[in-house]
Ligand binder design. Structure first.
Ligand SMILES: NC(=O)c1ccc[n+]([C@@H]2O[C@H](COP(=O)([O-])OP(=O)(O)OC[C@H]3O[C@@H](n4cnc5c(N)ncnc54)[C@H](O)[C@@H]3O)[C@@H](O)[C@H]2O)c1
Length: 253
């Protein structure tokens, strides 16, 4: 795999834990300066500490991706610190509903759409002008296999991830000639806090989670991070507007 250029700058949202933390660590291993962002300062500073302990460069900027002023400040803070933004991984997301559509609450709809859809849109809204001004960049948004098909008892989440793919494709086409590539990654079940919370709530889900993947296990955060690094790298220079499943074969059956 061609590597990213040392000294470039990457931003990761939802980087206090799980997939975001693993990807922030992977960017740092590639020699990039990493802006770690999240609503959770303790977790975010934990990610920064791990990067620094491994000899990398990182800083934490707190941001709630549902708030435009905070997203604007995040991108302005990135520019002030580093003067550029080469790669953005818009990954912050929540999955809170546990019921069929008719039983879900309006507050759940608003919360899920706020983080998963509005958050991704707001991040791109402020990242893209910075990338255009410097001559290019690459963005990866976190969708899900739930954005490619049905997700029973997670219908609002599924709709939010379909929307992430819609935003990704439209943005990719709008900026394709401007050297800004925009793709989505679609994880299946990955072993993170989000997954462990779901298993705690319903332990029988663990066996089901393994069984939905023909590979026979849930995914690792590092396997999503590797896909993000690939999509950002020049190896993927002809790839824009895709929703890449990283799913142990789940969408093949
Ligand atoms: N874990 C899985 O099985 C799985 C599968 C498919 C897709 N995903 C997606 O991957 C992404 C990361 O999930 P994860 O499994 O690492 O979850 P996680 O809960 O471990 O991490 C999510 C991070 O997002 C942060 N966050 C939540 N709301 C935020 C907000 N408003 N602003 C900024 N940050 C916020 C949290 O504080 C947390 O650090 C999410 O978009 C999720 O929907 C996860």
């Amino acid at each position: 795999m061609s590597r990213l250029l040392s000294g470039q700058v990457a931003l990761v949202t939802g980087a206090a834990a799980g997939i975001g933390r693993a990807t922030a660590l992977a960017f740092a291993r590639e020699g990039l300066k990493v802006v770690v962002s999240d609503i959770d300062p303790a977790g975010g500073e934990g990610t920064v500490a791990q990067i620094r302990a491994a000899g990398g460069e990182a800083r934490f900027i707190r941001c709630d991706v549902t708030r435009e002023a905070e997203v604007r400040a995040l991108i302005e803070g990135t520019q002030a610190a580093h003067g550029r933004l080469d790669y953005a991984f818009n990954n912050a997301g929540i999955d809170i509903e546990k019921s069929k559509l008719a039983d879900a609450q309006e507050s759940e709809f608003d919360a899920i759409m706020g983080v998963n859809v509005k958050g991704v849109w707001l991040c791109m809204k402020y990242e893209i002008p910075l990338m255009l001004a410097q001559g290019g960049g690459a963005i990866v948004n976190t969708a899900s296999v739930a954005g490619l098909g049905a997700a029973p008892k997670m219908g609002i989440y599924s709709a939010s991830k379909h929307a992430v793919i819609g935003l990704t494709k439209s943005a990719a086409v709008e900026y394709a000639k401007k050297n800004v590539r925009i793709n989505a990654v679609c994880p299946a079940v990955i072993d993170t806090d989000m997954y462990r919370r779901a298993i705690e709530a319903e332990p029988r889900k663990a066996e089901y989670a393994k069984a939905v993947h023909p590979i026979g296990r849930v995914g690792k955060v590092e396997e999503i991070a590797a896909a993000v690094i690939y999509l950002c790298s020049d190896t993927a220079g002809f790839t824009t507007g895709i929703a890449l499943p990283v799913d142990g074969g789940a969408t093949a059956v």
